[in-house]
Design a protein around this ligand. Structure first.
Ligand SMILES: Nc1ncnc2c1ncn2[C@@H]1O[C@H](COP(=O)(O)OP(=O)(O)O)[C@@H](O)[C@H]1O
Ligand SMILES: [Mg+2]
Length: 512
């Protein structure tokens, strides 16, 4: 009989079950009557238990009872049962209770620690709840449980809320906080929920309050405030930085092969839950000459995929400020799994390899990284960038780790013109009035960043003289800039030769 019930609950199609509810329900389904949930978020645990109560039953939801040291046991919305503030008495009540129910004991570890009688009674409750669809759930911000009890209970940690849980929370919270009591449109809620991924519910609540403090209702115009709060909260981790993007792929000049690849992969990435994991895009490695648009491409990729961008700070990881580098790195990767779908950017990843740390740490980190790349959540797209490419371990570049390894070279002539155009347009100067081809002879060996610098200097010069920018300004400025590639000639030809056999060119033609 009980087995059958279990079967029914687990085969029932519940597309909207949150990750946290699934974890708890599976604990219940496996026949564990006592569960210990380690979480500082009591309200959240309560929400999750209500969700489980709804999912476990087709008819009316399984009732959730709550116990606190001050009030005792009470059923949702009802007055507390008399005499149940005492832990032992509360457990007597559970044992005597005839119907299936979930009993949520908040901070019960304290009462259990103090009373041998209560501990004994919990063991009786275990027997009495077994196979009777009665479940005792202890929630506490600390993991503190005596050894005799530890063996009989299942211990759970809740990872941050997923999209389903955030949606549920947002529907309620946004309606409560809005002046007319109506929840915003679902599409808005979906977007906000996506933005809040990775935060705890308490943090999500701050972010929401902050957004609503500025406007009256939650709408798309609240997004900047939500994202800003998220940026602050994530950045507290110290090793991961949330980067608000908005770089359009058209802001990247040249690099046609790379842009084509990104355009094609977007579709596959969107289908990630329906297609075989082998063809879900995992990530790219961009290596090449500094200032040629690798970082820019990563930002554009995130916007193009419609995903938030997080940057892992390798220097911070190796700084020792976050414990051992290996632990800090693993933790950052795990934290990111809770934020999927997202683009995760390892900027100047070779720094991780070259950082001088105690014996073998880097090797272990890269070993972990390579395995993790294969196993990580489908919704994470990794973008790694590297300048000093020859310092990367060979196994990192080997095919199969990343979907593709691109070499980003100095821009070709056509690309240089395009980059001039992009940067002029970005500063509201119409490029059509100039013969940009004239600049080519002055910009041999230039990186994209140098073109940007030239445009900015020329515009500044014109502004200071209180006039419009002229072609002459651009030419004079260009003639005065010495590109890095001239001083780095040898390194650059070395990088090119090295990359030649190991990577795909981001740009179809070769710069000369
Ligand atoms: N291909 C390009 N198209 C447009 N702008 C570019 C390009 N390459 C470089 N830039 C400009 O130079 C800046 C620095 O480039 P960045 O992407 O940080 O270089 P990298 O990461 O390869 O060292 C960019 O923010 C952008 O303004
Ligand atoms: Mg860069």
């Amino acid at each position: 009989m009980v087995e059958q019930q279990v079967m029914e609950t687990s085969t029932k199609t519940q597309p909207a079950e949150s990750r946290a509810a699934k974890l708890v329900r599976e604990a219940f389904d496996s026949g564990r009557p006592v569960t210990y949930i380690h979480s500082a978020e009591e309200q959240r645990v309560a929400r999750v238990l209500h969700e489980v109560g709804r999912i476990m039953s087709d008819a009316s939801p399984v009732a959730v009872w709550t116990w606190t040291m001050t009030e005792g046991l009470r059923r949702d919305g009802a007055a507390p049962e008399p005499d149940t503030a005492d832990a032992r008495r509360a457990l007597d009540f559970v044992i005597a209770h005839g119907e299936g129910a979930i009993f949520h004991f908040k901070d019960f570890h304290a009462a259990l620690g103090e009373s041998a009688e209560a501990r004994r009674r919990l063991r009786d409750a275990y027997e009495s709840c077994l196979d009777r669809r009665k479940f005792v759930v202890i929630s506490s911000p600390v993991r503190l449980i005596s050894e005799d009890l530890e063996r009989m209970m299942l211990f759970l940690e809740l990872r941050p809320p997923d999209h389903v849980e955030l949606m549920d929370f947002l529907r309620e919270e946004a309606a409560r906080l809005s002046p007319d009591g109506r929840a915003p449109e679902e599409t808005v809620l979906h977007q906000v929920a996506r933005a809040l991924l990775g935060l705890t519910l308490d943090e999500a609540r701050y972010a929401l309050r902050r957004a609503l403090a500025q406007g009256s209702r939650l709408g798309l115009e609240s997004m900047p405030a939500v994202l800003e709060e998220k940026r602050l909260l994530i950045n507290r981790s110290g090793t991961i930085e949330f980067i608000p993007t908005g770089t359009h792929i058209a802001e990247v000049g040249g690099l046609q092969n790379l842009k084509k690849w990104l355009r094609e992969r977007r579709k596959l990435f969107e289908l990630r839950d329906e297609i075989s994991s082998e063809i879900v895009p995992k990530g790219i490695l961009l290596m090449g000459i500094p200032g040629c648009g690798k970082s820019l491409c990563v930002r554009a990729a995130a916007s193009h995929f419609g995903l938030p961008l997080y940057r892992v700070d390798m220097v911070e990881i190796f700084s020792g400020r976050h414990g051992k580098p290996e632990g800090a790195f693993v933790q950052a990767c795990r934290m990111m799994e809770d934020m999927a779908p997202a683009v995760l950017w390892f900027d100047e990843i070779e720094r991780g390899v070259t950082a001088t740390v105690s014996g073998g740490e880097e090797g272990r980190i890269f070993g972990f990284f390579l395995t993790w790349m294969q196993e990580k959540a489908r919704g994470l797209f990794v973008a790694a960038t590297a300048n000093r490419i020859n310092e990367l371990p060979a196994e990192m570049i080997r095919k199969g780790r990343f979907d593709e390894v691109f070499f980003v070279d100095l821009p070709t002539e056509d690309e240089r013109v395009e980059i001039f155009r992009i940067h002029l347009l970005a500063r509201k100067v119409d490029p059509a009035q100039f013969q940009l081809e004239q600049l080519l002879q002055f910009t041999v060996g230039w990186a994209g960043s140098e073109i940007e610098q030239c445009v900015v200097s020329a515009i500044t010069k014109a502004k200071l003289e209180d006039r419009e920018l002229t072609e002459q300004d651009l030419i004079l400025t260009a003639a005065s800039i010495v590109p890095l590639s001239r001083t780095m000639k040898e390194q650059i030809s070395y990088i090119r030769d090295w990359a030649f056999e190991r990577a795909m060119r981001a740009s179809p033609k070769e710069a000369r």
